[in-house]
Structures are given as C-alpha cells and as structure tokens.
Design a protein around this ligand. Structure first.
Ligand code: SF4
Length: 704
C-alpha cells in the first residue's frame, strides 16, 4: 500500500486528502490529511466518498458514438476509438462552422471544469476562440453577478473581497448556509469554526436568510428572517440608515470614492420604514442592524448563492461592497479584504461594449462570455438561426438551467452534440458523442482554483493518484484535441505539451516549482497572508483608483429595482415563494449518482412547506402536489419544515433524473427538476450579469 497526497476538487476549499493505493495500483481509501497545516484534517463526506464516483459502474469509460436517432430515448451508443471519434467530430464541427459561421457552434461549460485549473482557461475561452458569441456557463446559475458588480465598482473581474474571519468582531452573512454549502469564493476548511471563534472572542454573527438555516446557533450566530429575494432592499435600507444617521466616515468615502452622491440618492428611496413590509424585517430591527454593523469595532460582510440567484444579484453585491466601503471596513483588518493569494488574480479590465445576440424572445447582451442560460433552450436547434453544434464540457445544462422543455425539443435537432463528462447524464441522452473525462483522482494539478480565496494562502501540487482508468482522458487533453480539430491554436501543437504548463508558468513567476512544492510535507507551501490595509493603493483598478459608488451602467437596473419594489409592495397575499434549498445530500446535479448522497430519505427532493401552510391547505402526509407557475409544472411529495416562514417553500435543484438512463442510482430515485419552474424568455434573467432567476420565484401549489 502507498499513500499519496491529493486534494478534493468538488468545491472551493479544495480539501487536502490522503489516498491509499493498493499493490495493484487501485485507489482504495480517501482520508482527510490530518497533518496538513491549513486544513488540519478537514474534508467532508462528499470528497471522502469520491471513490464511489471514481469506481462507479455507470462511468463512461471510452468514447461513445450514438447509434439511434437523437429523438429516441434511451440513447444507444457504441464504443469507438479516440481517433475515430475526433475524426468525425472534427469534420462535423468544421462543416457547421464553414457553412453557417462560428455562431452556429456553442460551448457550455459546467461547474466541475471550473475547478479543474488545468482545463478551466481552455473551457472558458473555447467558444470565443471558435469565434462564437453564443456560449453558456454554469456561472449564470450561481455567481455571475459578483464579477459583474466588481467590474463596475472596482474595475476588475476577479476581485472578491473575503471576510477577515480571523480578526473581525462582527459578521453579517447574506444568503449563505456554511454548514451545508461551505463558503463561496472563500476557501475555508471547518466552515463553522470561524463563526464560533468570532463569538468566542466577544463578537457577533448575524445571518440574513429566508429560512432558519442549519448554520445558526448559540455559538455560530442568529438568523434574521427576510422575505425571499428582497436582500437588495434590506441592504439599501441599511445604507440609507447609515447615511441619515451619520454612521459613516465622510472624509474616507469622499477621498476613496466617486459618484458617492448618486449612491446616497439611490438608497434614500429605501428608508427602513418603507422597506419593512417588503423585506418582512421591521424598521426598528433594520435600524438596529445598521447601527451594529456600522459601529462594530470591525465588521465583515458576506453574500452567497441565496442572494446571487435572485433577480438583482449584481445590485445586491454592489450594495454589499458599499456597506463595507462607507463604514471603512473595506480593506481593513477585521473587515473584508483582497486575499491576494499566490498570483495576482485581479487586474484591470478595459470597459468594452457587450456583444448583443438576438434571441427569439429579444436581444440580450453577452456578459463575461456567456449568454443567459434560458437562451440555450431558445437557440439550440430552434428558430431561424439556430445553434447547430453544441459542445458540453462537464455539465448538465438540461437540468441545471431553466428551460428543460425547450431544450428537450431543441437538442434532438442539433446537427451535433459532443458531451465531455464522467457520466452519461440527462443532457448526454441527446449527445452524438460522449467523451469520457478523467476525474480528479486521475489528474495532476496545483490548487490554483483556490487562489485569492484563501485566508491562509497555500499552494499544493499533486500528481495523479492513479492514471486515468480505462480510456478516460483529462478535460485538458480533450479540449486541446477539440481545438486541433477546429484548426485553432492548441497546446498539443507543441511537442512539450504539458497539462501543468500553466501552473509551471505561474509558479515560476513567484520563484517556485512543482518539484519544490511536492518535496514539502503534505506537498504544500504556506505563503504569507495578504496585507489587509493596501486595498486603495493596490487593488482598486478604476483609472482614478477610487471606488465607483454608483456605476453609470447600473442606471437601467436601478430603474428596474424601483419597479420591482413597487411590484413586491403590491403583491397579492397568498402567493408562495419558492426558494432554492441546498442540502448535504446533493451537489448541483453532478454527484447525483453517488450512493453516499443518494440514500434513504435524502434520495429525493420533496417540496418543503411550513406546517402552517400544510394546515391551511389541509394536506395529508402522502398527498402528491402539483407545483406550477407560468413556466412549468412539476409533481412532487412534500415534507413539513419549520425552518421556513409561512408562504415560503423550498426545494433542492439537481434532480429530475427520470430520463437519466445513464445514471442508474439517480434514475431509480429521480426527484423532480425544480428548474422547470424557473423563469425563461424575455426579462427572465438579471441583465447586468445574465444570472438566471432561481430563487424567490412565485408558484401555485395544489394537489396533483
Ligand atoms: S468541502 Fe468541498 S473540497 Fe472539501 S471535501 Fe467537501 S466537497 Fe471536497
């Protein structure tokens, strides 16, 4: 038996793990790295059970070519060699591009490839490299609003200040549930211990959330309940109170900010007494929270996916940055700071006009290379100028994005779908080719994906625990081969092609090499923590090095914000709001076949309803419900959930596997695809970032 260092690549902590490999060369055990100086032995059940994915009998292990028509499910495939697959794929992709132009091709990349630092830059740029404007990413389902906000406010796409957990006396946490989802854009192990430490040193933690989350408790912080998708108004009210009560440092704000008056003008429309009804938080509490945040000796602020997925995630992240800025907590010890990491992620971006794409439902901007997710259903195989060739890189857009019904109609009409994945998932049922990707146990890598997210920066460099099994290949190699077939520059054109080439280049800039790192204990090198107080000197990238407190491009979104407030204020009583529910038993749709997650009562995703609503509707425990709105209808069972507010219902995404014939365990307990209820068509996405509207969605509930 040998023990090998590796790290999990499922979410941002990238937890260090020790794998045991037996004499036959098979990985047989995964354990947390108890000696690691940063993670100190933390890893969660998802990473530690990853051998279930590595060895899953449902894995795609060799290139597969479809043998039955695309409209027919289940799909039938035959194994082919990589050479055969690429010869045909290349010829068909080139034929589509040459006949219809590059916009007839499209690339979608999903979450797993975003955490593959070798392949991510290739995946994220392949669509643009092809010359297509019509590309998609999982980012528009979870976090595209944050880069959109920081670009406008700070002049960079890649600077997400993180809370100074180690030093703060106060943490205000919006839309997150770290016990279940860990921290987003923040690479922390032991997600609750930082909260216990804040309270342990006499500080305070307050969650603002639409439900009483599992993370809250005496030692971890209290929850203030908010009506779903109204955080932007609560933040505006905090700023309004901070301004009208003089709880900010005027000289600091005027020295380091511009467009400050426009900010105050905007938030003045949302005093606490006006916002109380819409947010469900009374004016006295709003004022008290404004005071406690603004007057704490130091205060950090954080916002997660629960806000990102609302209708105004970009404005919410803007106001979050403003709360930190005007109170002097941005770039301050105990506030929020740029965790610079081991290479400079953040750099200036030159404002450029966003390309516009015409959809059947109207024109939309391309933001950060992606169209809004619902556009895939409108364009794939449909309309007068359809997408004809779709490359799906480690993803399952059919279940991850709004518009399942439209995609099921359009995908069979594609001239070609190439799906690169570990599994034949619901989207793969429409593929012409499925190309078997290697998993992270089969991949050499450095933990570059965690750069600028780590409070304690460290670099870890690992070799593959085992070489790719069967005929699996790393996404890096597969995408590089696709580039070659499309006659695009490719790393494989060079004789010394190396998937670690990017890592080597980055490390050489800081005087390190992969070999040096691998020689260290836990194959990790600790780096100094970022300085907190250099924010305005070093990391505000606007030309005047000042924070843009009210970016001009936000004008239409600000008007929309006022309009939506009026809509919410006049909303009739009795409407249910559906929020997204993360649990420890799912991870988007990509671990849907994992036995450790898909078990017992957790195998399904019933609708969670407050007991008062169950009583009011007179529901019996085994009633099946029809949940519907203008966008779709799903049938589901329900469970009672006291963590909710009356009128708020919750459901997990990543389900709906009835036709996922390649995922036997997921298909046996398919659940319902909650994304079938998410808005599609004109006005359904957040225009500044193309984020989908996935939480706080109005639904009707009745017996099925
Ligand atoms: S917290 Fe994330 S990175 Fe760590 S083991 Fe769990 S899934 Fe993997």
């Amino acid at each position: 038996m040998t023990r090998k260092h590796t790290f999990c690549r499922i979410c941002e902590p990238l937890c260090p793990i020790v794998a045991t490999v037996d004499e036959a060369g098979a990985a047989v055990k995964l354990e947390p790295d108890r000696d690691h100086p940063v993670s100190k032995g933390f890893a969660c059940h998802k990473g530690l059970n990853f051998l279930q994915v590595h060895n899953d009998p449902d894995r795609v292990n060799q290139p597969l070519r479809r043998t039955n028509p695309k409209g027919e499910l289940p799909a039938q495939f035959e194994p082919v060699s990589w050479d055969e697959a690429f010869a045909d794929i290349g010829q068909r992709l080139r034929a589509i591009r040459d006949k219809y132009g590059p916009d007839a091709l499209s690339v979608y990349f999903g979450n797993p490839v975003s955490l593959n630092s070798n392949a991510f830059p290739l995946a994220a740029s392949l669509g643009a490299q092809i010359g297509s404007k019509r590309n998609f990413s999982a980012g528009t389902q979870d976090t595209a609003n944050k880069p959109a906000a920081v670009e406008a406010v700070l002049g960079t796409l890649n600077l997400f200040p993180i809370p100074d957990f180690a030093n703060t006396r106060y943490l205000l946490c919006f839309g997150g549930n770290p016990k279940v989802s860990h921290w987003t854009y923040t690479s922390l192990h032991r997600p609750l211990s930082v909260l216990q430490d804040i309270i342990g040193r006499g500080g305070k933690v307050r969650f603002i959330n639409a439900r009483r989350i599992e993370s809250a408790g005496e030692k971890t912080g209290e929850v203030t309940l908010i009506r779903p998708d109204t955080d932007v108004y609560f933040m505006a009210a905090l700023l309004c109170e901070i301004h009208r009560n003089g709880l900010y440092d005027k000289a600091h704000v005027e020295h380091h900010g511009h467009n400050v008056d426009a900010l105050w003008d905007f938030v003045s429309a949302f005093p606490s007494e006006r916002v109380a009804t819409v947010t469900g938080i009374d004016a006295t509490t709003i004022l008290a929270i404004a005071h406690e945040y603004a007057t704490a000796p130091s205060a950090a602020i954080y916002m997660a996916t629960g806000v990102n997925q609302g209708r105004q995630g970009t404005l919410a992240y803007w106001l979050l940055l403003m709360l930190s800025f005007v109170t002097g907590n941005l770039g301050r010890t105990g506030g929020d700071y740029y965790a610079k990491g081991f290479y400079p992620n953040a750099r200036a971006v030159a404002p450029a006009p966003a390309p516009i794409v015409d959809l059947p439902s109207g024109p939309v901007n391309v933001v950060a290379g992606s169209l809004p997710g619902h556009a895939l259903g409108e364009l794939a195989g449909q309309g007068s100028d359809p997408i004809r060739g779709l490359i799906v890189l480690s993803g399952n857009p059919l279940l991850s994005m709004p518009g399942e019904a439209a995609m099921r109609k359009g995908f069979p009409k594609l001239d070609l779908m190439v799906h690169v994945d570990l599994f034949r998932n619901a989207t793969g049922e429409y593929a012409d080719y499925i190309l078997p990707a290697a998993d992270w146990l089969e991949r050499a890598e450095c933990n570059l994906s965690a750069n600028a997210m780590q409070p304690q920066p460290f670099i870890q460099s690992v070799d593959a625990v085992v070489s790719p099994q069967h005929d699996r290949r790393d996404d890096w190699w597969i995408i590089s081969r696709l580039q070659q077939e499309l006659e695009l520059p490719s790393a494989l054109d060079r004789p010394d092609a190396d998937m670690l080439g990017r890592a080597r280049k980055i490390l050489s800039k800081i005087g390190l090499s992969i070999e040096e790192i691998r020689a260290e204990p836990s194959q990790s090198i600790l780096l100094p923590q970022a300085e907190r107080e250099v924010f305005y000197d070093e990391v505000v990238f606007n030309p005047d090095h000042r924070v843009n407190c009210c970016p001009e491009p936000f004008g239409p979104a600000i008007e929309r914000c006022h309009r939506l407030f009026d809509e919410l204020s006049n909303e009739p009583a009795g409407i249910f709001k559906l929020i997204s529910l993360r649990t420890n038993y799912m991870h988007n749709s990509n671990l849907a076949n994992m036995p450790a997650l898909k078990r017992d009562k957790h195998a399904l995703n019933p609708l969670h309803i407050h007991p008062a609503d169950i009583a009011a509707m007179g529901l019996a425990a085994d009633d099946k419900l029809a949940v519907s709105n203008d966008y779709g209808l799903i049938e589901t069972h329900f469970v009672e959930d006291e963590s909710l507010q009356p009128g708020v219902v919750a459901m997990s995404h990543g389900y709906g596997h009835a036709r996922s014939f390649g995922l036997s365990r997921a298909q046996a307990a398919p659940g319902a695809n909650v994304n079938a209820l998410m808005p599609t068509g004109a006005g359904s996405h957040e225009p500044l970032s193309n984020m989908a509207h996935l939480t706080g969605v109005a639904v009707k509930i009745g017996r099925a």
